[in-house]
Design a binder for this molecule. Sequence first.
Ligand code: 4AD
Ligand code: MG
Length: 464
Amino acid sequence: MERTKIKELLLAKPGQKVLAKGWVRTKRGNKEIAFIALNDGSTINNIQIVVDKSKIEDGILAKVTTGACIGVTGNLVESVGSGQAVEIQADSIEIYGECDPMRFPLQKKDTSFEYLRSVAHMRMRTNTFGAVLRIRNQMAFAIHEYFHSKGFVYLNTPIITESDCEGAGQMFQVTTLDLENIPRNKKGGIDYAKDFFGKQTSLTVSGQLEGELGATALGEIYTFGPTFRAENSNTPRHLAEFWMIEPEMAFYDIEQNMDLAEDFIKHLVQYALDNCYDDIKFLNDRYDNTLIDRLKSVTGIDFVRLEYTEGIKILEQAVADGTQFEYPVSWGVDLQSEHERYLVEKHFGKPVILTGYPKDIKAFYMKQNEDGKTVRAMDVLFPKIGEIIGGSERESSLQKLENRINELGMSRTNLEWYIDTRRFGSCPHSGFGLGFERLLLFVTGMQNIRDVIPFPRTPKNAEF
Ligand code: 4AD
Ligand code: MG
């Protein structure tokens, strides 16, 4: 007999013989009857198995413990109990894998997220992580669908690279050199000519620079891939390995870039509400009963668009009125998430797109404004998260770009290919990066970014 997924069984017509397979969530009952809650990951909901103990061997039933993997054949019948439309009356149970209740890491007694991170190889079997990972999957699909429907080309940019796109020096080096015996050049420096690629390479912090090559050939592209940052930030919003979506569009100015970012993120949140409702409802009811309202609140409104300079004025006024921030505020500083959240949550009560940042706190490639001080950057700031998207219009003038590169003292040896976009048929263009896990923090309402990726990588942690 063929197995039917529990998601389908729960919607199926009663009165048929079925086979369900999955992992036991709970077993309870009395002398005559046992009730098993079975889950196979296809949905947050379990199917109830009703066992007439006279029909199933005691030895088999004893092996049906929390965590065990079983297959059940029986009749799908209308459920008399509340909470489910149908249940299975078991004819036979097959045990695929027993699960020793004394040693199973997922016990009722410790379900803190911190503990579950230490058993991340098993935590996907919990309701919460099942819900989060199904939502993650749906969001990935929605992202591809969104860009596909708009005619963007999905471009795969390299993971190993020689350029530091964001210029923050937070790269993980990739090398096959023998660290016990590093080859030296005549000057005593490391002889990278002997390394695998014949030069110094790292894991990418962003696919943008290669994305720009794509956009200035194909028109509109997006990347969606892993990104690596060796920043020693032990916060609930930073990962050393995260996934980023980076659209890059020829002929878009900063306004069109903001329009796209706003439409994109509203579309994704609406998609989640429409397609992940069971999982979101579970997270809403279990952890944060403002989640659904918060999701709905961003889909129907216009985001605020604000100049950095105006934002600083609001924050300075807040300080004058008695608000205490950990980090000081004045024109020129990079905003901390406490500042971003003040603007979004306290001052405006909705998402804010901040533009016109000082050039000194932003990357070299951003289009410079006439004032000589600011650039056409845009950060999308979200409630509970802070920065969820970072982007800009790009500097398209060869001369201005070269001046900025020189001003910052950047090495040009591994950037000439990038500068070629401005040498040959340069065009106005823009793009942005959405942190996939930041989006998931918002959509799931989870508090820690380590809990929206299956296997988080953070300082001193690369287990599993
Ligand atoms: O603002 P960032 O650094 O921008 C870029 O990398 C640009 N090259 C993007 C572009 O214009 N194509 O990063 C973009 C987004 C941030 O807004 C944030 O959501 C996420 O990536 N992000 C991180 N997410 C998790 N952990 C980290 N350490 C992150 N750093 C950035
Ligand atoms: Mg940023």
